[in-house]
Design a protein around this ligand. Structure first.
Ligand code: S3P
Length: 347
């Protein structure tokens, strides 16, 4: 299905520029980021602040090039740029273009020239559909729409936002239709709530529910604990990969819960990515320890120093979870209903 509004649809949406999976973008081959400034990185007209300085330092360390692309005046854009420079950000790969006349394509192209990137390796991040996203789409580069930092805006922007909301309604409907043909995959540490959230989410969406651990247990006619004890962890990990391969061929319209260690094998990481929309259920070590205090079914945690094991394993794994997922949901202190509500709002 296509609509007249498609030209304004962002490739992806995020809550904020500070909430984007930059590691994931780098991994996908992106090397240049074009940013809008006002309401995307800081409030309208504001100087670079602590978190924007940190973000730019991180992007520079990762190896990105960045170009600020603003329809605002030279003074405003240069002031933001100078704010970064004054805070020890390495500016050798940061550029700026003012009075950019977005959505005109000209300056998106100039930005790529400055950064030495191509359409396929550049993405745009901004808060407005009709200038930012439309311009990026016309140029043929990936567009990421973020929510404006400040909700209070000038009257002409308020009117534009009303129109934006209409377009976004179509966008969400189309994305929803696409998602309904695919799977939702839940990843996260043991005890992060994958099973309880997964069963309820499946019910809400009218999807089936699949648990890879359960499939393995059924197939082997043994519990995970027995498989670990009698055949060893490697044997179990091979079964995880085999199960994902089968699901990739056969599963549609299911909520799929994976084991906490499944995404760590590189082959599995790729299989999960292709399986559907990946959601990371995040929980703090304290929550996990509390939730699993009476559990004896997880072989990796049957040790006297369980707290230390949880902390260490989580530390090793959290970056992989973060990188693989399209959405992260904090589950600490939240009811299942609240978690489902957050997922459905953002999906
Ligand atoms: C494991 C997590 C478990 C299970 C196995 C190994 C892990 O699944 O696959 O015990 O390595 O974290 P849950 O995350 O569903 O507990």
């Amino acid at each position: 299905m296509s609509t007249v509004f498609e030209a304004f649809f962002p490739s992806e949406r995020a809550n904020s520029s500070y909430d984007i999976n930059y590691e994931g973008l780098y991994e996908q081959g992106y090397r240049g980021i074009i940013y809008d400034i006002d309401n995307t990185l800081v409030e309208h007209g504001a100087d670079a602040d602590g978190r924007s300085v940190e973000l730019f330092k991180k992007l520079m360390n990762m190896g990105f090039s960045v170009c600020l692309l603003s329809n605002n005046k030279r003074e405003r854009v240069k002031r933001f740029y100078d704010g970064l420079a004054g805070n020890d950000v390495n500016m050798s790969r940061i550029y700026y273009i003012y009075d950019a006349k977005k959505p005109s394509r000209r300056n998106y192209r100039l930005a790529m020239k400055l950064m030495h990137t191509k359409k396929a390796t550049t993405c745009f991040i901004g808060d407005q559909l009709f200038t930012d996203v439309y311009g990026a789409n016309r140029t043929g580069i990936k567009s990421l729409l973020v929510k404006p930092i400040n909700k209070k805006e000038e009257i002409q922007i308020v009117l534009k936002r009303k129109l934006e909301r209409q377009v976004l309604k179509f966008y969400r409907r189309e994305r929803w239709m696409r998602l309904r043909q695919s799977n939702i995959v839940l990843i996260g540490f043991m005890g992060s709530g994958k099973t309880s959230v997964g069963t309820e989410l499946a019910r809400h969406m009218g999807f089936g529910y699949i648990d890879t651990d359960e499939l393995i247990e059924e197939q082997e006619e043994m519990s995970i604990k027995e498989i670990f004890a009698e055949k060893g962890e490697q044997y179990f990990r091979n079964l995880e990969t085999k199960t994902l391969k089968v699901l990739l061929r056969t599963s549609k319209k299911n909520v799929i819960c994976t084991g906490g260690g499944t995404p760590l094998r590189e082959e599995n990481y790729k299989l999960i990515k292709n399986l559907g929309y990946v959601i990371y259920l995040k929980a703090s070590p304290e929550t996990i320890i509390e939730r699993l205090k009476d559990d004896n079914t997880r072989p990796l945690l049957q040790r006297p120093d369980r707290e230390k094991a949880v902390k260490e394993l989580l530390d090793q794994r959290k970056r992989v979870y973060q990188r693989l997922s399209y959405m992260t949901v904090d589950t600490d202190g939240k009811s299942i209903e609240k978690i489902i509500d957050e997922i459905e709002k953002d999906i």
